[in-house]
Design a protein around this ligand. Structure first.
Ligand code: UTP
Length: 229
């Protein structure tokens, strides 16, 4: 199977702002084991806490939104470097910075890593574009929630969905912010790409790296985004 894994940056940092090296190591081991079984991976890593910290400082200092986005893009690439180090020889050694680079790097058969790509979107859009470019069978979105809820999960009575149709997901996420560092789950570019190429997408709890193995085996975890036609 060819899969794109989006690893939310928030999964990689603890409350004190330190890298959770054990989690990076766990993901590297899980990916390496799946690669050994013949699966192919592109992994897109998010910006997480350092991206938000730099973006808010830059905004306070007068940076414009594009400058803030570029900080997020670069910090996500730094996070990808951490996973690249943990993967060792399985990983393509350079973080792909464009979709062209991604295409060339995937020809090597190694795990290709990405962070941010271009301003005006989140790393979820990068993951969707990577899945489209590489014709991936699956887009796996590891995040810090256990799936998609029918409304804001903090509201009383919110229910987790096992599957959600893409048009319904668009409605649920329609209130999300679009400034640097403020995207929730999927941004508009990610939604559009997943919809137009009907990419099978699963949003799941990334705090347990074993979920990755379960999903590749076809077990039901998180929320599956479906396409009606
Ligand atoms: P993300 O918001 O995608 O990081 O990127 P994340 O860590 O995955 O988020 P969580 O933890 O899962 O919620 C950080 C910021 O980098 C910029 C945006 O400002 C984004 O909010 N960015 C990222 C871009 O401008 N373009 C990209 O292609 C990627």
């Amino acid at each position: 199977m060819r899969a794109v894994l989006k690893l939310g940056g928030s999964l990689l940092y603890n409350e004190a702002g330190e890298v959770i090296t054990d989690r990076v190591r766990d993901y590297a081991a899980a990916i390496n084991a799946l690669v050994e079984k013949g699966n192919n991976f592109v992994v897109v890593v998010g910006g997480g806490r350092p991206a938000r910290s730099f973006i808010s400082a830059a905004r306070a200092l007068g940076a414009n939104e594009a400058q803030c986005d570029w900080l997020g893009i670069k910090l996500a690439r730094h996070n990808a470097e951490l996973l690249c180090a943990a993967l060792g020889d399985t990983a393509y050694p350079k973080i792909a910075e464009t979709l062209d680079e991604l295409e060339v790097a995937t020809c090597t058969g190694r795990v290709v890593l990405m962070g941010g790509l271009t301003p005006g979107q989140s790393t979820n859009a990068v993951a969707a574009l990577a899945a489209e470019t590489t014709r991936a069978d699956l887009l796996l979105n590891a995040t810090n929630v256990d799936g998609v809820y029918d409304r804001d999960p903090s509201e009383a009575g919110a229910k987790k969905l096992d599957s959600v149709e893409i048009s319904e997901l668009k409605k649920i996420l329609s209130g999300g912010g679009t400034r640097a560092g403020e995207y929730k789950l999927f941004d508009p570019v990610a939604l559009r790409v997943v919809e137009r190429s009907k990419i099978k997408t699963i949003i799941f709890d990334g705090k347990d790296s074993k979920n990755l193995h379960r999903l590749v085996k076809g077990e039901k975890v998180g929320t599956t985004v479906t396409h009606s036609n």
